[in-house]
Design a protein around this ligand. Structure first.
Ligand code: HPA
Ligand code: ZN
Length: 349
């Protein structure tokens, strides 16, 4: 069902406000990518560490990337300040406050443990800090948050199995597993067995595919990993048979426009293919990926993308609806959010 009041009656001048205030879910955001320079310096000081930049401004000036790998190198360096449970809590709490301010009602947060265990921080510390912030956010901010453990695809299958094993005591705190890090040269199929194991544990499955990598990586995320959602997936538009498959199976795509711009997947936002994706019938959503590095949280992604692509209130409704439909929420909760979205559009004046 659609809202009763025609969406077309919402004037284009009101669009930025509509985008900011509309209820939405965020399904693609790496918590380590929400670590703002100010908090990075504060955590470094608290832990007796130094950040290899003079100040916050100097660090921000370094956030210029030619591709995904250049970003990942800086992003991994930033994680070095995260040492104890409270650090992970503070980072997650900061993101959840910003998400709530953006009218995000539900968020599915990516994190990884391999980065942190690689420098001596246990998976228990990571997951406990993230989870405690999610619990507090539900109680204090009214926002629901679930956690998705990402395996790092540039590492081995054995290391992914080890990460899953270390997360086993915290299975009740996870909604799914994903696949992140350097895409080119690391096709998904290496992780078929670990994804099968995660599926057997009742976890949902997602994977980054078709960000920089070819459509073939999206095919193998679907067929070898059996994922339910594709993260990014913008390269799917190069393969008509793949688009047909994604439409037929209603596989959602978590698109991150400002990320695509900053990592030079598209030279300009005006050249982004989000409209073509929606026109093709794909269940696309808008997300922030690594908001501290890519110039904005989810509402900034919405407002800049809508301005660049001249999208309409009807697109806004579709994208917000897609965000709830594509989530791993229970069907009854999805329905409740759909009603809330309709009510928002009907009463937006
Ligand atoms: N792609 C792959 N891995 C990542 C990303 C991304 O955009 N952000 C954080 N890890
Ligand atoms: Zn991502």
């Amino acid at each position: 069902m659609n809202p009763m009041k025609p969406i077309q009656s919402i004037s284009p001048e009101r669009l930025p406000e509509l985008l900011r205030r509309m209820p939405k879910a965020e399904l693609h955001m790496h918590i380590e990518g929400s670590l703002e320079p100010e908090l990075m310096f504060a955590l470094a000081a608290r832990n007796g560490l130094t950040v290899p930049y003079d100040d916050v401004e100097a660090l921000r000036r370094a956030y210029v990337f030619g591709n995904l790998q250049e970003f990942l190198d800086i992003y991994h360096a930033g994680t070095m300040v995260l040492r104890c449970e409270q650090d992970f809590y503070d980072m997650t709490w900061a993101y959840l406050q910003r998400a709530a301010a953006d009218h995000v009602l539900h968020t599915e947060i990516f994190f990884d443990t391999q980065t942190h265990t690689g420098h001596g921080v246990s998976a228990d510390v990571v997951i406990s800090g993230l989870h405690r912030a999610c619990v507090d956010a539900q109680a204090q901010l009214g926002i629901s948050a679930s956690l998705i453990l990402c395996f790092l695809r540039h590492l081995s299958e054995a290391e992914a199995f080890e990460a899953l094993e270390q997360a086993m005591p915290h299975l009740d705190k996870l909604v799914g597993v994903g696949l992140a890090s350097s895409e080119l040269g690391h096709p998904p199929e290496k992780f078929a067995r670990v994804f099968a194991k995660a599926r057997g544990l009742g976890l949902h499955l997602v994977a980054h595919a078709g960000e920089e990598g070819p459509p073939a990586y999206i095919w193998s995320a679907l067929d070898a990993l059996k994922v339910e959602r594709i993260d990014h997936g913008v390269q799917a538009m190069k393969d008509a048979a793949l688009v047909a498959r994604l439409v037929k199976d209603k596989i959602p795509l978590t698109v991150c426009p400002l990320s695509n711009l900053k990592l030079r997947v598209f030279p300009q936002l005006a050249q982004h293919n989000l409209v073509q994706m929606l026109d093709a019938g794909l269940v696309a959503t808008v997300n922030s990926d690594d908001p501290a590095y890519f110039g904005g949280y989810v509402n900034e992604n919405f407002t800049q993308t809508f301005a660049a692509l001249q999208l309409t209130a009807q697109h806004a409704y579709q994208l917000a609806l897609n965000s709830f439909e594509a989530s791993f929420l229970d069907a009854s909760v999805k329905l409740a959010y759909r009603h809330r979205l309709n009510e928002f559009f009907e009463t937006f004046v």
